[in-house]
Design a protein around this ligand. Sequence first.
Ligand SMILES: [Zn+2]
Length: 366
Amino acid sequence: MRIGGIDVTIDYSWFVMFFLVLYIMAESYFPRVHAHYSTVQYWIMGGVAAILLFASVLVHELAHSLVALRHGIRVAGIRLFIFGGMAEVVSEARNGRQEFLIALAGPATSMGIGAGLLAVHFTTVSLSSAVAGIAWWLGWANILLALFNLIPGFPLDGGRILRAFLWDHWDDLARATRVVSRIGNAFALFLIILGVLQFLLTQSLLSGLWLVLIGMFMKQSAAGGYQAIMLKQALAGVEVRQVMTADVVKVDWLTPIDRLIQDYIYRHQFTQFPVFNREEFVGMVSLEEVKTVPRELWGFKQVRDVMTPVELVPSLRPADPAGEALSRMTTENGCMPVVENGSLLGIVTRRDILDLFKIKSDLGAA
Ligand SMILES: [Zn+2]
C-alpha cells in the first residue's frame, strides 16, 4: 500500500492487536458504557473504533514521514505491527532542529486528532450516542497516544525531542543519544516491573503481559538506536569507494548455469556476481536466482536467462556515504554493485562496512 509516496506495510502481528481491540471494545467497553444496543451493534461499533484507531496510528506515522521528507530525509516506509506503527527513516536528521520537528510532528498530530474527536463528541452527543461514544473513546485514545509518545526516553518521540535539544546544546549526538537511551531503558524496565506487579496484584494476565512485552520491545529499541548512532558516527565521512572491493570476479553472460555453480559459486563462495557481455556490465546474478532453475536445466540455461538486468539492480555511486549504503543493504540483500557512468567499479558488501566499523571501534577503544 502506498500513501503519498510512502510504502505502508502491515505486519502479521498487527492483526493480533486489531482483533484484540475489536474484541475488547465490542464485548466489554461499549456494552459497559452504552447499555442499550444489541450485540451486533456493539461489534459494528467495535469494528469502527478499531479501524479508526489504527487509522489514527497510521496518520501519526505519516506525520513523522512527511515532515522528514520535507527536510530531504529518505523514508523507507511505515510498518504497522503489534505495538503500533513505526516510520522507518533511511538517513537520520542532520541537526537537532530537524530531529525536533520530525519527532514533534507525530504527537502534535495525535493531539490535534484527539481534540478534534472530543469536539465531535460534544457536538454529536445529543444526536447519536454511538457516534459520540466512539468519538469520545477514540479522542482520548489519541491523546493518550500523544502523551505516551512524549515520555522523554528513546526510542519514543519524546526521547527524540529531548535528544534534539541535547544534541544542539552539547553538539555531540553520541552523548545525547546515550543519555536518552538510558532514560528509555529505565522507562522500559519500569513498564516491565509494572506489568509483573499488575499481574501479581490483579491477576490480569493480558494487560500485565502487554506491559512486559512493550517494555521488552522498548528496551531492545533503546539499545539498537544507540548502536545505530555509534555506527553512523564511525562511518561519518567514509565513502563507498573506500570500502568497496574493486577486484571482483566477473561472469560472462553466456556462461551455462552448471558452470556458474562449479566455477564461480563453489569456487569463490560468493552468492552474487556481476555479469558482463564482453566489457559491458549487464546485470547481477545471485544464488537465489540460480535456485529458481530446475536442476535438469542447469546445462541448458545461461546466466543471461536468470540474471537481474542492470536497469533493475539497485546500485551505489562511489561517492555515496558508507553509512547510507549500509542502511540500504539491510533491505536489499547484503551486497551492491558500485557503478559510475554505466561501468562497474566494484562491489560493496555489508560485511565490508561492518568490518571497517569493528576495526574503527577497536582502535577507538585502544
Ligand atoms: Zn511517533
